[in-house]
Design a protein around this ligand. Structure first.
Ligand SMILES: [Zn+2]
Length: 348
């Protein structure tokens, strides 16, 4: 296990699937595997998979009930872990389904389905930035200037904050490739659209006493930072780095191996706090974390490990030795075992 000098050790878990009866397993995984490894933050990738009362039409497939969330929340509280819900509030408004009755789980589909849209765009297709274009299965995108958008989003965010009794929310906002494409949005430069939108969400959360976390790739200029156009922006949003509120917690994700991770310096130069977010590749994860430790000027709050597999899959593996299911999970497990988890909780 890598010893980190930062106050936060967090992990992003996909919300467990009630349909597969895996909520209790994931609670046990948190209590018996993550807590003894020193984890003090769980970011639950929930998207729209919650049984919303005010806008039930926006529910994603296989939503968590209020009681499911309370089980996870009470487990986290008992373990001294902060539980923060994560929604995708810009791009990634679509994804492949595992089965028609399951949640949208990134990367798990074995066969295609006709409608890739997540809950919000299924209920309100007019909020799609490019409703008549094929943007790829995972890249449907919200129209940031649609007058209906803020009121619906604020209702959904409020209900999520209430259910999780949360003092923070991760708003996603990564890989927003289709920003500013519709006739109304294209009147504004992408960095203005992006900054205004992020600040609007941040102000709403701040008024509720909640911190805003986001994936910060759209704030990095691809040419300056030296990352490709997924891990950084080549679509004109990066100027927003000078316009968004400084209390955003930037989750700096990089999954490729680089000689330098210049974002660590760029966010510090601009006065932001950040978390270091690797994924499955052990070599890349180690290099990124070591670079960050070496170059930290006091702006790094923590290590936020991403997973992207089913949390139930991880739980069953670590609790019962169940075989891994997704082709990316074995590499992730190697990284978790090497860097993230305490040796005492890992069995052969
Ligand atoms: Zn638009």
């Amino acid at each position: 296990m890598l010893q980190i000098p930062w106050k936060t050790k967090g992990i992003v878990l996909t919300a467990p699937q009630p349909y597969k009866k895996e909520v209790q397993d994931v609670a046990d995984f948190i209590e018996r595997i993550l807590a003894p490894s020193g984890v003090n933050l769980v970011v639950l990738q929930t998207r729209y998979r919650y049984r919303f009362q005010k806008h039930p039409e926006c529910m994603g497939y296989d939503p968590l009930s209020y009681e499911d969330v309370q089980l996870l929340l009470n487990t986290c509280r008992r373990c001294g872990i902060r539980l923060v819900p994560k929604m995708n509030l810009l791009g990634h408004q679509s994804g492949l389904h595992n089965t028609p009755s399951d949640g949208i789980l990134h990367g798990h589909a074995t066969e295609g389905v006709l409608d890739y849209r997540d809950g919000l765009l299924r209920a309100y297709p007019m909020l799609d930035e490019l409703p008549d274009q094929d943007t790829g299965f995972y890249a449907r995108h919200l129209c940031l200037t649609h007058p209906l958008l803020p009121s619906i989003l604020f209702d959904l965010m409020d209900e999520m904050l209430d259910a999780f009794a949360a003092d923070g929310m991760h708003i996603g906002c990564d890989e927003a490739f289709n920003i500013g494409q519709c006739p109304r949005c294209s009147a504004k430069p992408p960095h203005i659209l992006f900054a205004d939108y992020i600040n609007m969400l941040r102000d709403h959360l701040a008024a509720r006493g909640a911190e805003t976390m986001l994936w910060s790739d759209r704030l990095l200029n691809s040419a300056e930072a030296g990352y490709h156009a997924y891990e950084s922006s080549a679509n004109g949003t990066d100027g927003a780095i000078d316009l968004v509120h400084k209390d955003l917690l930037c989750c700096d994700w990089h999954y490729e191996t680089h000689d330098r991770y210049r974002s660590v310096d760029i966010f510090a130069d601009h006065g932001f706090r950040m978390m270091i977010s690797p994924w499955k590749n052990l070599d890349s994860s180690r290099k990124f974390l070591e670079y960050a430790m070496e170059h930290d000027r006091g702006h790094i709050e923590g290590y936020l490990q991403t997973t992207w597999c089913s949390s139930g899959e991880l739980a069953r593996h670590y609790l019962y030795g169940a075989p891994l299911e997704w082709h990316n999970t074995p590499a992730l497990v190697e990284t978790l075992n090497s860097l993230f988890l305490s040796p005492e909780v890992i069995h052969d």
